[in-house]
Design a protein around this ligand. Structure first.
Ligand code: ADP
Ligand code: MG
Length: 449
């Protein structure tokens, strides 16, 4: 391990963190593990840093074994962990001399901690995110609010948080005097509830009143929390009235947010609503190329293309897969090849595979050939119906792992010999009839994508 560079170790650590999160659960991870930084490895000792003695002691007593075990599964040979305690220097981008920051209690410390990697420069733009990107650039370069609020929404791992951090960095660059606050909706709720309990709601209000740009991430978590919504609504209106920029993100559009009052929903949609669409192959490939360049890793094109084609769930997983391959090849000292990618990503690839079931095939075939489902599974011998049924049986045979008797059963209790006959018939047609075969290929592709 000793020849592993800091960058690689960091990559391994980031990869291991995902496993640690799975092992200890989201709550413990957030409270303890996410606060740790990696310093390095000294022989058999993994050296970490924590912001307090409290965190250090808890991690050592409760999670050390797990961390060692998981790091070793990445090829490290660690026997012990040591944790230094340091003063966490945050990347808080607001000047720390405003009124609100003077009331800085422990709780407010990790507001506005921004990830240094989440900049516009590192954001790869493609069709699915170009609109959200343009809107984000615009709000961060406008003196006064461009649209209020800017509401970014899209599925998990598609770059909402990245764009928000980038807005914060860029605002700070163009308008260093502006006070920017970025926090998650969960944190907002936590602070609010805490301020009620300790009767310091004033400092809570004060904190938000002095802000120029307020960004709240993942506002879907406000759904169902009535008092927090109320407070949020007031804060929101006050800031908008005072011409302050608000930027929000969620996994749904304002009108689809569950458990949110109607007046708030409609208010959230007043500004600009920009959605981030699921990724395309081109965007995924672009991101992989950019990241491998960042890592200075030699990843062959065919491996990048393979990942872009196979890991379609989201960008977080795409990045994670690349990290894992790079970390693995560094540790075992092997070049990155398609075989290595297959081997290292076996579990992820399986999860990204689309599971095609008999139901799905039957539904699609009915749609495609305009046949009723009840006819498809009946004994009717009408020519068009028979044809569709045979095609559906054939597709079940080649696209699922079901046995012939199982397939027969799903078509109204037919015998396995009927299925064999259907498969033969279709195979025969494929070789004889070009337009039939082209048609079938389209159908097959549409089932696979
Ligand atoms: P979300 O907040 O939508 O769940 P994140 O912003 O956390 O997603 O993005 C997940 C990961 O993917 C982050 O590491 C982020 O840097 C990366 N990412 C997302 N979109 C892009 C992009 N367009 N270009 C480069 N990296 C991206
Ligand atoms: Mg996010």
């Amino acid at each position: 391990m000793s020849d592993v560079s800091d960058i690689k170790l960091k990559q391994i650590w980031e990869e291991a963190l995902l496993d640690i999160k799975d092992a200890v659960g989201e709550g413990s991870f957030k409270t303890w593990i996410s606060k740790l930084d990696i310093i390095g490895i000294d022989d058999i000792v993994l050296k970490l840093a924590a912001p307090s003695n409290f965190i250090r002691d808890n991690v050592l007593s409760r999670f050390a074994d797990k961390i060692i075990q998981i790091m070793n599964s990445y090829g490290c040979q660690i026997r012990a962990i040591s944790i230094d305690v340091y003063d966490k220097t945050t990347a808080s981008i607001s000047e720390d001399n405003t009124e609100a920051n003077k009331i800085n209690t422990r709780e407010y410390q990790d507001i506005s901690i921004l990830d240094k990697r989440f900049t516009f420069k590192n954001f790869v733009v493609g069709k699915p995110n170009e609109f959200a990107y343009a809107a984000a650039i615009r709000v961060s370069e406008s003196e006064t609010p461009a649209f209020n609020p800017l509401f970014l929404y899209g599925g998990v791992g598609l770059g909402k948080t990245h764009l928000m951090h980038a807005i914060a960095w860029n605002t700070n660059h163009h308008f260093p005097k502006k006070k920017v606050i970025y926090l998650s909706a969960e944190k907002f709720m936590y602070l609010f509830i805490k301020s009620l309990r300790f009767k310091n709601a004033i400092s809570f209000k004060e904190m938000f009143r002095t802000v120029d740009v307020l960004m709240i991430d993942d506002v879907q978590f406000i759904g169902g929390k009535d008092t927090t919504q109320e407070e949020f609504f007031h804060t929101f209106n006050e800031l908008v009235d005072n011409n302050k920029q608000i930027i929000l993100s969620a996994d749904k559009s304002p009108s689809d947010l569950g458990g949110v009052e109607d007046r708030l929903k409609s208010r959230l949609g007043w500004g600009l609503v920009a959605d981030i669409h699921p990724t395309t192959y081109e965007l995924r490939l672009g991101i992989l190329q950019a990241k491998s360049k960042q890592y200075k890793a030699e990843v062959p094109d065919n491996v990048l293309e393979f990942l872009a084609a196979k890991i379609t769930s989201n960008i977080r997983e795409l990045e994670g897969s690349l990290n894992r391959i790079v970390a693995h090849s560094t540790l075992v000292g092997r070049c990155i090849t398609l075989d290595v990618a297959h081997e290292v990503l076996r579990d992820i690839l399986r999860a990204n595979e689309k599971v095609i079931t008999i139901d799905i095939i039957q539904k699609k075939v009915c749609e495609y050939y305009g046949v009723k489902f009840s006819d498809l599974i009946s004994a009717r011998r009408h020519k068009a119906v028979t044809m569709a049924r045979q095609i559906a049986m054939y597709l079940c045979k080649i696209l699922t792992t079901k046995s012939l008797p199982d397939i027969g059963k799903s078509f109204g209790g037919k015998d396995h010999s009927t299925v064999i006959h259907a498969v033969k018939k279709v195979k025969d047609l494929i070789t004889r009839d070009q337009s039939f075969s082209a048609d079938l290929e389209i159908l097959t592709k549409s089932l696979q994508n």
